[in-house]
Design a protein around this ligand. Structure first.
Ligand code: FAD
Ligand code: GLY
Length: 373
């Protein structure tokens, strides 16, 4: 058991930094979260909030899928603990994912995705267009095939970051917004503190949870910096009226559509390598709306609520980077790419255990920072 009277800094107040800060504060640690803008205002705000390890698993990503499964299982615990501290906690919606196809290419692709999931003994059904429409009557008659993944879920990520922020402060953690950390200070190769625009602060440990900006912090030798780049994703949000009573998450190979607790439907997302430019574009929005309309034609008349884009923090192998680095006292919790909302509980609980008790479960090995250095 390590000393809990230590003072810990977290760089980045997204869902990951807020979650870690809250759990540390809850376990009696003095913690300060530094956020360069508004807490939760970047990728964690823009995300669609799917908790979908079964729909989003790639062919070479079995460890990542298992991490997602663990995290999904931890969601009820995280939400229970949150509701002990704040009144407004989002619903954990076990809505499933309906993947759809409209032509022969899509159908072949869905069959491959189905076979892969069945080999892994996941809960999955290959269905016809008619069966897909029985689940989601708004689907276009052009939908000819589908996969049903009953265990995927979703959450209102905006409500969640607001709840985490409140819970952090309620548990005694500090949040310093509009405070950019410029540099991490080290002495004798161990962490000593951080430097903001005009001040220096001493800390025993520092957690980098700075999303797609995690590589930019000065003070970390080049070879130990997390290899993170931004991948832009645009989303368009529509008002969910009675004309479009979508029940759960619907995907096509080109887009996804998620009905949210706040009465909106989020359509996403583009995937663009445009550096740190996060402006939505006419072309990106046009494609999302067209692709969405192809699958659910009744979105045509829905009022437009918001166009927005965010930057996914992508590591070189597209898996998260979680744990203590080669610099004692410096921890990474970054690189969550497309899955940061899903992976919040597993990241928070495992990293807090590592920081406080020095324990790391063997299944976290593929996600350790050392794989890059
Ligand atoms: P962020 O939310 O980006 O937070 C990082 C924070 O660090 C920011 O607030 C930033 O201002 C701050 N910061 C950076 N540098 C500094 C500094 N030097 N000093 C102080 N503060 C700093 N994931 C899912 O699981 N399900 C989804 O459905 C989903 N959909 C998505 C859709 C889109 C369009 C996008 C863009 C992402 C989606 N994601 C989804 C991914 C998910 O949003 C991210 O993986 C997750 O939000 C990452 O959280 P984070 O806290 O690491 O990053
Ligand atoms: N996970 C959905 C996205 O990143 O767009």
């Amino acid at each position: 058991m390590q000393n809990k009277s230590q003072h810990i800094a977290i760089i980045g107040g997204g869902i990951i930094g807020l979650g870690i800060g809250w759990q540390l504060a809850r376990r009696g640690v003095e913690v300060t979260v530094f956020e360069k803008g508004r807490a939760g205002g970047e990728a964690s705000w823009v995300a669609a909030g799917m908790l979908a390890p079964y729909a989003e698993v790639g062919f070479e990503e079995i460890d990542l899928m298992k991490l997602g499964q663990r995290s999904l299982q931890l969601y009820p615990q995280l939400l229970d603990e949150l509701s002990e501290e704040v009144s407004s906690v989002p619903v954990f919606d076990r809505c499933g994912t309906l993947m759809t196809g409209i032509d022969r290419d899509d159908t072949e692709r869905l069959k491959r995705l189905y076979d892969f999931r069945e080999e892994l003994e996941l809960s999955v059904e290959l269905i016809t267009g008619t069966e897909a429409r029985a689940r989601e009557p708004l689907l276009s008659p052009n939908v000819v095939s589908g996969i049903w993944l009953p265990e995927d879920s979703q959450i209102d990520n905006r409500k969640l970051v607001q709840a985490l922020r409140k819970a952090l402060e309620q548990a005694g953690g500090k949040l310093r917004e509009k405070t950019k950390v410029e540099k991490i200070k080290t002495r004798n190769s161990s962490v000593e503190g951080i430097v903001t625009g005009n001040s220096e602060y001493a800390f025993d440990k520092v957690v980098v949870a700075a999303g797609c900006w995690s590589q930019q912090l000065a003070g970390i030798p080049e070879r130990f910096r997390p290899p993170i780049r931004p991948v832009k994703g645009q989303v368009v949000t529509l008002e969910k009226t009675d004309d479009c009573p979508l029940k759960g998450t619907v995907r096509s190979p080109r887009m996804y559509m998620v009905p949210k607790e706040d009465g909106t439907i989020r359509l996403g997302a583009t995937s663009e390598e445009k550096g740190f430019d996060k402006r939505p574009t006419a072309g990106g929005q046009k494609e999302l709306l067209e692709d969405g309309w192809e699958i659910v034609p009744s979105i045509f008349d829905l009022p437009l609520v918001e166009t927005i884009a965010g930057l996914r923090p992508a590591s070189r192998d597209h898996a998260p980077i979680i744990g203590e680095t080669n610099i004692p006292g410096l921890f990474y919790a970054t690189g969550h790419y497309r899955h940061g909302i899903l992976l919040t509980p597993v990241t928070v609980y495992t990293l807090v255990d590592e920081i406080l008790d020095g324990t790391v479960p063997p299944w976290m090995k593929p996600f350790r920072p050392q794989r890059f250095s």
